[in-house]
Design a protein around this ligand. Structure first.
Ligand SMILES: Nc1ncnc2c1ncn2[C@@H]1O[C@H](COP(=O)(O)OP(=O)(O)OP(=O)(O)O)[C@@H](O)[C@H]1O
Ligand code: SF4
Ligand SMILES: [Mg+2]
Length: 338
């Protein structure tokens, strides 16, 4: 059973609250900056799985890295359980850092090839309890079981495991620090579809058994909609829409979300049904030089004059979602095909 879905906006006592977050990178040569994230706000409830989707370059990883204090925050705030996480320094930062852990796309990069799985899991446990020289065997075994592996994997090195098993070890390492929030950045994107399903089910069971919240980032709407209760759709550094997975896929309110749904593969391929034509064409404009007004306007089939001059605000709709489109109330958009 999933935690009851709630609206696209605020929840009581969120675990994570991101408010008007700006992440900027200085471009090489000259003083120009690139706004990878531009005024993004959303909240994640305790035990909630929140999905973030969008094309390559839309700023998903920059949001994740800003939360982890790995990307430069130009303005805005990241609050974790009432603490200004973006302002923590020194000892306070070390003390609270373990509360948010990240799992990356390729566990090969985050696991030391020379370490056995036993050593890889013992390392974060020692960080958790600096006085314990050796990680208790039963905690390591428990971690392995939680992620669907067993003691037979303990003395293997990462290269002796499959991609899916390596990703399970990366998740176990993150869990060793008992985080409240797990940030998964394209954590299943490099895996085969059948292996992806196993990791997704693992994340669902961890959310239920351990009560952790998950920020699940992917460019694959199908995967995110299967896992997340609410989804934020990013386009060129901004949020275009936030809604429950159900509402977002059945009744998208932003033309970009409609286009993403139209690009999904057919659930039941049928020779009788004409394929849907693509609703957006071409690549996204560069984040270094975004269009004026609505950033989606150069690819939006509903764009009008106002869209070039006025940037649409992310605003609440009566049905509970949030949308950044001037004409959301009057557009009749097509959802996912049954
Ligand atoms: N360290 C950096 N220096 C300069 N520009 C960067 C840096 N990191 C990201 N960017 C730029 O910021 C924008 C957002 O990148 P980001 O990696 O956050 O997007 P993404 O949505 O995660 O994309 P992908 O789906 O490819 O992972 C892009 O235009 C990217 O080129
Ligand atoms: S504001 Fe205009 S350009 Fe932007 S999504 Fe809505 S209709 Fe399209
Ligand atoms: Mg990324």
């Amino acid at each position: 059973m999933r935690v009851a879905a709630c609206d696209g906006g605020a929840r009581a006592e969120p675990l994570l609250s991101i408010d008007r977050l700006d992440v900027q990178f200085r471009l090489p040569g000259g003083g120009a900056t690139l706004k990878a994230v531009d005024g993004v706000s959303f909240e994640i409830g305790r035990r909630e799985i929140f999905g973030l989707i969008g094309e390559s370059g839309s700023g998903k990883s920059s949001v994740a890295r800003a939360i982890m204090r790995l990307a430069p925050i130009a303005s805005g705030s990241v609050t974790l359980a009432g603490i200004r996480f973006d302002q923590l320094q020194g000892r306070d930062l070390r003390r609270h850092r373990r509360r948010v852990q990240m799992v990356f796309q390729d566990a090969t990069d985050s696991l030391d090839p020379r370490m056995t799985i036993r050593q890889a899991l013992a390392e974060p446990l020692r960080m958790r309890d600096a006085s314990a020289r050796d990680a208790p065997e039963n905690i390591v075994a428990d971690l392995l079981h939680r992620v669907g592996l067993d003691e037979s994997h303990l003395d293997r090195k990462p290269r002796g495991l499959s991609g899916g098993q390596r990703q399970r070890v990366a998740i176990a390492r993150a869990l060793a620090l008992e985080p409240e929030l797990l940030v998964c950045d394209e954590a299943v994107s490099a895996l085969d579809v059948s292996v992806q399903a196993g990791i997704i089910n693992l994340l669902l069971s961890l959310q239920q058994e351990l009560g952790i919240a998950v920020l699940f980032i992917s460019h694959d709407l199908g995967v995110v909609a299967h896992l997340a209760e609410r989804i934020g759709v990013m386009y060129l550094g901004r949020l275009a829409e936030v809604a429950t997975a159900e509402s977002l896929t059945a009744r998208p309110r932003h033309p970009y979300t409609e286009a993403l749904l139209a690009a999904e593969p057919e659930p039941k391929p049928s020779s009788l049904r004409a394929p849907r034509p693509p609703l957006i064409i071409g690549d996204a404009p560069s984040a270094a030089n975004p269009p004026s007004g609505c950033r989606f306007r150069t690819r939006c089939r509903y764009a009008r004059e106002l869209c070039a001059s006025e940037p649409p605000r992310l605003r609440p709709l009566p049905d509970g979602g949030l949308v950044a489109c001037h004409f959301a109330e009057e557009l009749v958009l097509e959802g996912r095909r049954a």
